[in-house]
Write a protein that binds this ligand. Structure first.
Ligand code: ZN
Length: 367
């Protein structure tokens, strides 16, 4: 296979991390240091789920000047939502907080990243959808992941949909990378089993796609191999949610994020993006649905994926794109084929010869 140059030359990782059960208790000290150094309040973005968890919120020790925004997670982030939050923070005089904290899953972590960039760069979220468009460093930011798999705590992007243009693209920039992560596996204990599996599998799928691809990076490959290794330990075990396995999956999510920051996804993510954009399915469950049709492309991982599904007794929705109108299949084709880099990674530069509209439709009908 022809190995292609990723053009990702000088990789930036998260500056600092803590890992281990109970590490959330270190967050107030980290923030206190920022408050002393920089002055000003801290703005927290918190998954709305934690609004009903006062015990956990009390661990954050919010000061009276701090600001907490509970982020809804039914829909994935959009550019308008990010712009509205920034306008409101500016109106409240919160242009230069000492720190921004994102506490939640990929949606919340991505919203916090986007807001941190916009507060220092100005303009609208859509101005920065693309590669290296962010001009100056963001507000100092801390990620506290509460579900594992997307790798949002480690990557240099924050995925948002622009509802007017239909563009689903992040602010790919070194400035989008978190300055600090606090990884406390106790926070993932309350995640429902299906969601835990779907989201955890995002890490596995990122690395399957990266390792089977043409764009390669030697360190990225090493991250990918260990991510897959950890996911096997978790999802082929009797209790995927034991405290040891929750810690393993948190590490897998972080390493998988580092892996994908040096490479590209493959065939699964473009089809999954089609399901998200056209049918509104969430990213992680959509990936799992796409796996129904992936035997010809990732045969070994296909078998392993379904062995994990069976071992954990997880239900994966079926037939979600079976009987749609021609118009919907055209939209699905357009929103899949647009992902040029991942599709080149998976199938080579002539991917359009393989993924004809008929072929793409037959894949969607299979899932
Ligand atoms: Zn993903």
């Amino acid at each position: 296979m022809n190995i292609l140059d990723t053009n990702i030359k000088n990789v930036r990782n998260v500056l600092r991390y803590t890992i281990g059960a109970g590490s959330l208790t270190e967050l107030p000290n980290l923030l206190e240091r920022r408050r002393t150094l920089h002055g000003g309040p801290v703005v927290f973005f918190i998954d709305e789920f934690f609004q009903s968890q006062p015990d956990i919120i009390s661990h954050l020790y919010l000061s009276t000047n701090d600001h907490a925004i509970y982020v809804p997670t039914k829909e994935e982030p959009c550019t308008d939502q990010v712009d509205q939050i920034v306008t409101k923070l500016q109106a409240d005089g919160l242009n230069e907080p000492a720190a921004i904290v994102g506490m939640g899953g990929g949606i919340v972590l991505d919203v916090a990243k986007a807001v941190a960039n916009l507060l220092t760069n100005g303009g609208l979220a859509e101005d920065y959808q693309g590669w290296d468009l962010v001009k100056v460093p963001a507000i100092y930011k801390v990620a506290v992941p509460t579900i594992s798999g997307t790798g949002a705590e480690a990557t240099r992007t924050c995925v948002m949909t622009n509802k007017r243009s239909g563009l689903k693209l992040g602010m790919n920039s070194d400035f989008t990378v978190y300055d600090q992560i606090v990884m406390d596996p106790e926070l993932t204990a309350t995640v429902p089993r299906n969601q835990y599996f779907y989201t955890g599998m995002d890490a596995y799928i990122h690395c399957v796609e990266a390792l089977a691809g043409r764009y390669r990076n030697a360190i990225g490959d090493a991250y990918s191999r260990e991510t897959i290794n950890l996911c096997r330990q978790v999802f082929l075990d009797g209790d995927m949610k034991s405290s040891l396995n929750r810690e393993r999956l948190m590490v897998a999510s972080y390493l998988g994020g580092c892996a994908i920051a040096t490479s590209y996804v493959g065939l699964i993510h473009p089809f999954s993006a089609g399901l998200s954009v056209v049918l509104g399915l969430h990213h992680c469950v959509a990936n799992c649905i796409v796996m129904r049709a992936m035997q010809p492309y990732y045969p070994e991982f296909y078998e392993e994926f379904w062995a994990m599904v069976n071992k954990q007794g997880i239900s994966i929705p079926e037939g979600v794109a079976q009987n749609l109108s021609d118009d919907k299949y055209e939209q699905l084709f357009a929103s899949t084929i647009i992902h040029q880099k991942p599709l080149t990674n998976a199938l080579g530069e002539t991917y359009r010869d393989i993924l004809t509209p008929d072929k793409v439709q037959s894949i969607f009908k299979k899932i």
